[in-house]
Design a protein around this ligand. Structure first.
Ligand SMILES: *[C@@H]1O[C@H](CO)[C@@H](O)[C@H](O)[C@H]1NC(C)=O
Ligand SMILES: *[C@@H]1O[C@H](CO)[C@@H](O)[C@H](O)[C@H]1NC(C)=O
Ligand SMILES: *[C@@H]1O[C@H](CO)[C@@H](O)[C@H](O)[C@H]1NC(C)=O
Ligand SMILES: *[C@@H]1O[C@H](CO)[C@@H](O)[C@H](O)[C@H]1NC(C)=O
Ligand SMILES: [Zn+2]
Length: 410
């Protein structure tokens, strides 16, 4: 007769497989929609965006967390690809680089049409699911990408941007970033400036999701209060499990619940365990925590694959998603909760954002005050002295100088 420990070991092994099989069964009709993947940034760094380079073939691409076989194995059915340009491009070539990253995402869809379908609506995501393709959407990571311009914001919307992270790891002239909370940057807008508020209103009007990953807590609160539609954190985890300012504190999680918003959990070790090492089970702890505080409807995944250097044991690349889902099932998440975290919660938020949009409403037009624009390489067309005099002592001097200059010419 077998000793009973042997039997239990066998049961345990079989049970493990049961959860994994169940995960795959669920993911066959509800694949994961991930909130943030930096493959486009890798394509820039590795190939200067030259997709026809043989080594850039996404079927065989090596050394990245993401390629086509890994996406397939991971049941990834929707991806917000990050159009990211670092903060050192602010006031320089940020807009150009953002356009180039959006372009490379469109070119990936064109080059691999059997795998990717570029879409820009919740209906488009559902259509890609039905065709068994990876719904591909664009998230622009960092408000510096709009160069403090509502016109650029609208142009990026027309090119397919469906979320904008209000800041990356730097303040913009109109919104503060998380480094303000860690003490390494100075508060500048105390959340959102007046212009920042008009950016939020315009995003609501257009139907672009507002992403609060990377912003300061004051910016989170100001935006959650102002936005007419739910918001997302495209790649942030729970602060109470790892006290890193990139993560979302519990009091904000309560606002996430009240606004029916969404936190898509980041897998970066430093945000999961606050250490160099982490594992899949600790990521599941973050998911459990957000479910407990904000509700199962507030949970999603934003792995930050190809944007980070250290990932948890068990979640080394995008192919590992079913293992994480199996762990949630092992922790007694219901099938509906799991489907919510995979895709339904994001679809709910995206649909609410689409419904709150109103293209009949007049666009926001008031430009940022000239004295709030940083950088020295700009022209100031459109900012007449008259319209900015009352904002700005500097403009008064400039006006006087130009008056004197024209008198001299006479
Ligand atoms: C990528 O490589 C695969 C397998 O070698 C090949 O079939 C495919 O045509 C290549 N795709 C492109 C776009 O070059
Ligand atoms: C994950 O890491 C935690 C903390 O180091 C540890 O307690 C736990 O046993 C690990 N879990 C697995 C499944 O390795
Ligand atoms: C917010 O919390 C309530 C009560 O816990 C819960 O019923 C609801 O589903 C939560 N909302 C979301 C979006 O998760
Ligand atoms: C899951 O539910 C089962 C059956 O109700 C229970 O025995 C088990 O302890 C639960 N597991 C967890 C992690 O809550
Ligand atoms: Zn990021």
């Amino acid at each position: 007769m077998c000793p009973s420990w042997w039997l239990w070991a066998l049961v345990a092994v079989c049970a493990a497989d049961v959860f994994r099989d169940e995960a795959e069964r669920i993911m066959r009709d509800t694949p994961v929609i991930d909130g943030h993947n930096d493959l486009p940034w890798q394509l820039l760094k590795m190939f200067n965006n030259q997709l026809q380079d043989k080594r850039a073939n996404l079927s065989t691409l090596a050394g990245t967390h993401t390629n086509i076989p890994k996406l397939r194995a991971g049941f990834v059915g929707g991806q917000f690809w990050s159009a990211y340009t670092p903060c050192d491009t602010q006031n320089k070539d940020a807009v150009r680089r953002t356009l180039e990253q959006m372009d490379v995402i469109h070119r990936v869809c064109d080059m691999y049409p059997e795998t990717f379908l570029c879409v820009s609506s919740s209906a488009g995501i559902r259509q890609a699911f039905q065709q068994g393709k990876v719904a591909s959407l664009i998230g622009v990571e960092g408000g510096h990408s709009i160069d403090s311009s509502l016109g650029v914001l609208r142009a990026l919307y027309h090119l397919g941007m469906r979320y904008l992270t209000l800041t990356h790891s730097c303040n913009t002239p109109w919104a503060d970033n998380w480094l303000v909370d860690s003490g390494s940057d100075k508060a500048q807008s105390e959340g959102l400036s007046l212009f920042g508020q008009s950016v939020v209103r315009e995003m609501n009007r257009l139907g672009v999701m507002i992403d609060l990953a990377h912003v300061s807590v004051a910016t989170m609160r100001a935006t959650l209060q102002l936005s007419k539609a739910p918001v997302i954190f495209s790649h942030s985890s729970a602060y109470s499990l790892c006290a890193n300012r990139r993560n979302v504190p519990d009091d904000v999680l309560l606002l996430v619940n009240q606004t029916r918003s969404l936190v898509m959990v980041n897998f970066y070790n430093d945000y999961v365990s606050c250490a160099r090492e982490a594992n899949l089970s600790q990521v599941a702890d973050h998911l459990d925590h957000i479910r407990k505080v904000a509700g199962a409807g507030a949970v999603g995944f934003g792995g930050d694959f190809d944007g980070v250097t250290r990932l948890p044991t068990g979640l080394e690349d995008v192919s590992k998603y079913p293992d994480l889902i199996a762990e949630l099932l092992r922790r007694n998440w219901t099938e509906a909760e799991v489907r919510g975290a995979l895709a339904d919660n994001l679809l709910r938020v995206f649909e609410a954002v689409e419904q709150a949009s109103n293209h009949q409403q007049a666009p926001e037009e008031e430009p940022i005050p000239l004295d709030q624009l940083g950088g020295s390489c700009r022209t100031h067309y459109g900012y007449s002295e008259a319209s900015t005099l009352h904002h700005q002592p500097g403009a008064l001097l400039a006006a006087l100088a130009s008056l004197l200059f024209s008198l001299c010419l006479l």
